[in-house]
Design a protein around this ligand. Structure first.
Ligand SMILES: [Fe+2]
Length: 261
């Protein structure tokens, strides 16, 4: 499995506070079967790029520490950019592995800002694809999952958090995750790990839930094939999105059983 979204380096944002916590997270990932991790710390405004050198230095240090600890996990570097009209994408950490093709972007939890549609259209014309972080946790999308459909029609990709589908963020978030998965509107899954307990670096349970509910092939695409393409910067055509359908009670019962297994 490849983790496309994780806050791992110490003292950068609300991720781990020291190297001990960082290494505990990496051990957790290793035990879970994660083979590659893309480190994506918050960039809340362009000012945060002032810390890029520190992030790159800690990224290089983590590679050495993994080798010493005999942890065989390949590291990649990107960021999670908070959506703003003046988002800069030319920095080393703006796009995944500086591939100038894909970047991870988050919206405010309360909704989807108005400028976003135009901005995404502008960047897509120069060949850069936005990957929207955890849409299933966004209030605007929880209320109106059709927004997710519109973004995918415009060329964005959507990254679900592993915790959302196993119920870690509550029922409305899990319901929205199911609705989006049913409509082919989720393309990638990430842990969005910040620590080992409340927001752990685990993907396996979520992968089993996806395999159970939507099949092995879908699970392989979301947890391995698609993240690989994103990191390599190669284009891929996501499946045609289906019109968003509200959850049916009977279906929910069946799925619920699968997730609680
Ligand atoms: Fe995050």
């Amino acid at each position: 499995m490849i983790d496309i979204h994780a806050h791992v380096l110490p003292q950068i944002d609300d991720g781990p506070a020291n190297w001990e916590e960082t290494m505990a997270m990496m051990h957790q990932a290793d035990e879970d079967g994660i083979k590659e991790v893309s480190i994506t710390h918050h960039i809340l405004s362009n000012v945060d790029y002032g810390r890029e050198a520190e992030i790159v230095a800690k990224f290089e240090e983590l590679k050495k520490r993994l080798e010493l600890a005999n942890i065989d996990i390949k590291l990649h570097l990107g960021s999670e950019i908070y959506s703003q009209p003046d988002m800069e994408l030319h920095h080393r950490i703006s796009t995944y592995d500086d591939n100038k093709k894909y970047f991870l972007v988050e919206f405010p939890m309360q909704g989807v800002p108005r400028f976003v549609a135009d901005y995404f259209f502008d960047v897509s014309t120069i060949g850069i694809t936005p990957v929207i972080a955890h849409p299933e946790r966004n209030m605007g999308i929880i209320r109106n999952p059709e927004h997710a459909y519109e973004f995918v029609q415009r060329g964005a990709l959507l990254q679900m958090n592993a915790g959302s589908i196993v119920g870690r963020h509550g029922e409305p978030v899990r319901d929205t995750a199911i609705v989006l998965l049913n409509s082919n509107l989720i393309h990638l899954v990430g842990s969005d790990a910040h620590n080992t307990r409340r927001r752990p670096m685990k993907l396996r349970d979520a992968m089993h839930a996806v395999a159970e509910g939507w099949g092995e092939a879908r699970a392989r695409a979301l947890f391995f094939d698609n993240p690989k393409k994103i990191l390599e910067g190669t284009p891929f055509s996501p499946p045609e999105p289906l019109l968003v359908q509200p959850l049916k009670k009977g279906l929910w019962g069946t799925l619920k059983k699968a997730f609680s297994a």
